[in-house]
Design a protein around this ligand. Structure first.
Ligand SMILES: C[S@@+](CC[C@H](N)C(=O)[O-])C[C@H]1O[C@@H](n2cnc3c(N)ncnc32)[C@H](O)[C@@H]1O
Length: 370
């Protein structure tokens, strides 16, 4: 073989190897945590380039294509491009100790075919498959009951002229709700077993996040969720999705998170939701931990004045557990940070400094009572 032919042969072998390396990395890298990605990336130039592309893709959508619009991270205060967590659109069953669902691919280079391929094999939050540890609670605790309406809003109108039965699924509309820091409002909507379709007016909270949002880093509060469009008073913003825990597990995690927060910049996202009887006595308690597994609601920061979101417990026909949902408690302008009150600081201060900058700021964050 001539020297020139050998050179061409070597070049094409190197190209083939690089392509193979790229293909392998493309499959494996999205599964890596940021620290593993960083260590692999330091081994050679090609892997460094691939990991940079993965990082950019992760920063461009916290919701990993699970929601209607991408929800990007924006950070002008330090060099952390994104926050790493496992995404779920709905409540999932929590585990004692560390969850076995520690990995989820995030940041494929060649979307969308690759993403589709991975979605069909990924630990989905919505499949409800029995081998899957990330089982959606709603799928597990679904009762076969619901309305028979073909169109629920029409049923309401028909009822007014006395011709037919009214849809019984929907009660309070979100437009009527105002911010209530201590007691969540409760509303009911249609559910998976109802005869109406997904576009039913009374399923606003089951369709996922449809408004445009961004996650912006603040020097003092960390990441925060912001409106990337005008949000009208009463509009559904998002559900607070995460692991649903027993009270015992919630207490144990709370203690662990407090210890971590005292020695590092760790921020937890464990919420306790209580449904109240008309007497105001709590009758149901749901512990939702979005610290490691959740959706973008985990980035919503506290505001002492109640913020611009109402927390509403939504009961969907046929679903056993209520879901905690956020609605705009007033008109919200594009760019505004979305906040709500974590609770009454006078009843439960926890010593962390509050930077909500509202005029009535108490200076201290309320703690979660687990
Ligand atoms: C549910 S997380 C919210 C997202 C969080 N900022 C992050 O970067 O992951 C709650 C944590 O955010 C921080 N935080 C929320 N509201 C705050 C406020 N008004 N002032 C200071 N820190 C706040 C606290 O560290 C709190 O423990």
């Amino acid at each position: 073989m001539s020297r020139e032919a050998k050179r061409i042969c070597d070049c094409s072998r190197i190209e083939d190897e690089a392509e193979l390396l790229f293909e392998c990395a493309e499959l494996i890298f999205p599964w890596l945590s940021p620290s593993n990605l960083a260590s692999v990336s330091s081994t050679c130039k090609t892997l460094h380039q691939i990991s940079r592309i993965i990082t950019t893709r992760r920063a461009s959508d916290a919701a990993r294509s699970f929601e209607m619009n991408p929800i990007p991270f924006i950070n002008c205060v330090d060099d952390q491009p994104y926050f790493y967590f496992i995404y779920t659109r709905s409540q999932i069953l929590g585990f004692t100790g560390s969850p076995p669902l520690a990995q989820q691919p995030w940041g494929f280079i060649t979307s969308p075919t690759n993403i589709k391929r991975s979605l069909s094999s990924r630990p989905s939050s919505d499949t409800g498959s029995d081998q899957n540890p990330m089982r959606s609670i709603s799928k597990m605790l679904e009762l076969d009951s619901g309305c028979d309406c073909k169109s629920c809003s029409q049923s309401h109108q028909v009822k007014e002229v006395g011709e037919s039965e009214c849809c019984t699924c929907s009660t309070i509309r979100p437009e009527l709700l105002d911010s209530s820091p201590e007691t969540e409002m409760v509303m009911t909507e249609c559910g998976p077993s109802c005869a109406c379709g997904l576009d039913c007016e009374y399923r606003s909270t089951l369709r996922g996040i449809s408004i445009r949002l961004t996650i912006v880093k603040d020097r003092r509060k960390g990441w925060g969720l912001h409106a990337a469009q005008f949000i009208r008073h009463g509009m559904f913003v998002c559900e607070y999705a995460g692991e649903v825990l027993t009270t015992e597990e919630a207490r144990s995690r709370h203690q662990k998170y407090d210890e971590l927060a005292s020695i590092s910049q760790f921020s937890s996202a464990l919420l306790v939701v209580r449904e109240h009887l008309p007497s105001r006595k709590a009758c149901l308690r749901v512990n939702i931990d979005a610290t490691r597994v959740g959706n973008v609601a985990r980035f919503i920061n506290h505001s002492c004045d109640g913020g611009n979101l109402s927390t509403v417990l939504v009961r969907n026909s046929g679903l056993l557990l209520p879901r905690l949902c956020f609605f705009a408690s007033r008109d919200i302008q594009e760019g505004e940070e979305l906040t709500f009150s974590y609770g009454d600081v006078r009843l439960r201060p926890n010593g962390l400094q509050c930077f909500c900058s509202s005029s009535g700021c108490f200076g201290v964050l309320p703690s979660e009572q687990t």
